[in-house]
Design a protein around this ligand. Structure first.
Ligand code: ADP
Ligand code: F6P
Length: 329
């Protein structure tokens, strides 16, 4: 095997956690050990880097973690790291700990931090860890599959009771700026309406009138329930439920699923993809690459320059929305 460009790899998780971050950490640690490298775990994201919360990780320090949600390294947000001084301090902390290659697992905010560290001379590779699927350079993000399955199971349960009572149900799923979870859950549960921020113009009365018309039309056709999957980015689920009930005379309930979507045992897909990405990230560092982000496109794992990846744009395909709408009619 060719000589590795790095000797000690650091790994951290940053921003919102997501299921299978542990599978990603495990893959980074074990691949690095296999390549003859040392591994240091940095706890609590960039905060831990600035505060020296750095621990040695061996092959067996990640035993029994592949099936666990959350992140054994903890995660955090760190305002100081957005400043040049914070980034210089972070690079210095890496050098002091002997870390010459760093794997950052997080969302696009965390990628910004990784890019800044690369500018400070630390080899960095980022991995997309977010349940929101809102990273443009990749068709897959670590944790999305688990979050969608968790929300889908919850919505299936709500559908049962909603049908029994012939009610309208609004279920709010996560996604502050992205409707992927809502769209996938909506299609997977046969929702009558799916509300996503990407197609919301901010006109709440217009949106609610469309829902009311749809509910009444479906009732007239004999549908006994009406599921509305609403993305967090639109929100207002409780208020909407009240107004819809007043306008239609049909009992309407809202449920906000919340943080349960970020936890739980990862699905097989998340475990496997996170593992593949973790190994890929280490091999990029071994090959001397820096400022890269690992992605999954057209059925293959791949990598991009972080700066280019951050400039890419992503939108929900119109076709997905068309199909979701026609199937929910
Ligand atoms: P996510 O990674 O899930 O998108 P955030 O946007 O909260 O989450 O970012 C996580 C952390 O990444 C921030 O708390 C900060 O430490 C770091 N970060 C975000 N933006 C920048 C930036 N522009 N420059 C340097 N670091 C950043
Ligand atoms: O992880 C992404 C996400 O779940 C978004 O959908 C949500 O808006 C955000 O995190 C909330 O995270 P926090 O409350 O931890 O800031």
């Amino acid at each position: 095997m060719a000589k590795s460009a790095v000797k000690t790899i650091g790994v951290l998780t940053s921003g919102g956690d997501s299921p299978a971050m542990n599978a990603a950490i495990r893959a980074v640690v074990r691949t690095a050990v296999d390549r003859g490298l040392k591994v240091k775990g940095i706890r609590k994201g960039y905060n831990g880097l600035l505060n020296g919360e750095i621990v040695d990780m061996g092959k067996y320090s990640v035993s029994d973690t592949i099936s666990r949600g959350g992140t054994i390294l903890f995660t955090a947000r760190c305002e100081e790291f957005k400043t040049l001084e914070g980034q210089q301090k972070g690079a210095e902390a890496c050098r002091e700990a002997g870390i010459d290659g760093l794997v950052v697992i997080g969302g696009d905010g965390s990628f910004q931090g990784a890019k800044r560290l690369a500018e400070q001379g630390i080899n960095t590779v980022a991995m997309p860890g977010t349940i929101d699927l809102d990273i443009a350079c990749t068709d897959y993000t670590i944790g999305f599959d688990t979050a969608v399955n968790t929300a889908m199971e919850a919505i299936d349960k709500i559908r049962d009771t909603s049908t029994s009572h012939e009610r309208v149900s609004i279920i709010e799923v996560m996604g502050r700026g992205a409707g992927y979870i809502a769209l996938w859950c909506g299609i997977a549960t046969g929702a009558e309406d799916i509300l996503i921020p990407e197609r919301y113009d901010g006109n709440q009365p217009k949106l609610e009138q469309r829902l009311i018309d749809n509910i009444l039309k479906n009732r007239a056709k004999g549908k006994v329930h009406h599921l509305i999957v609403n993305a967090e980015g639109i929100g207002h689920s409780y208020g909407m439920a009240k107004r819809i009930e007043a306008a239609t005379g049909i009992e309407t309930r809202a449920t906000i699923l919340g943080y349960m979507q970020r936890g739980g045992n990862p699905t097989a897909k998340d475990r496997v993809y996170a593992s593949m990405m973790g190994a890929y990230a280490v091999d990029l560092l071994v090959a001397g690459k820096s400022n890269r982000v690992v992605g999954y496109k057209h059925g293959e794992f791949c990598d991009f320059d972080i700066t280019e990846a951050l400039d890419m744009k992503k939108d929900i395909p119109e076709r997905d929305i068309e199909v979701a709408t026609l199937l929910g009619k």
